[in-house]
Design a protein around this ligand. Sequence first.
Ligand code: PCA
Length: 220
Amino acid sequence: MSLPADRLPTVLVTGFEPFNGAALNPSAELVRRLTELGHPDCRIVGDVLPVSFANAPGLLAAAIDAHHPDIVVMLGLAENRHAITPERVALNLADASIADNDGAQPTDAPLEPHGPAARFTLLPVKHIADAISQAGIPAEVSLSAGTYVCNAVMYAALGIAEQRAAARAEVVSGEDDVTLRVGFIHVPATPQLGGDPRFTLDELERGIRIAITTIIDQRR
Ligand code: PCA
């Protein structure tokens, strides 16, 4: 089912505040650029989340409630990667090698004691990685969003999408496509953070714009 032709999809793009003593987080810069400049294929709304196991999942849920997005693309920094990496899986596990910005450092803990072991992305990650690669920017599907705050937020957001899908199954749906498409993309460190000189903010922005176009094209 597709959206009515007169309505552009709403895409919620989220990033994170800096963490681990860094001066900036490129994911937050990307949210700022995308919300300021917009995207021709959609209405973009943005939010920057705290690097907090306790608060980030709830704030993400509040942003979904506030903006009624059709698509949620969460962004975060994965410093040691050398590609833009759409995530396939979020694990029901918090295991932090560094404290979050509240000083919390959970180890070996489930995110949701009664939740499933893992939740799978609702975004076309292979298509996204292929489209970004074809534009000359390194990209590959990642099999794990890690066990830190990004994974926790991805797991929570996919839980919300699951609940919506279950609720929808009990309601006769109208013309609108009420499916919430949710996923997470990690970006590598930019040159300012000592990363690969190819990964300027301009290039990461170009890659994330391609990702958004790919997701929208998939649902037409
Ligand atoms: N990256 C961290 C948390 C915030 C961010 O940008 C992560 O990969 O979990």
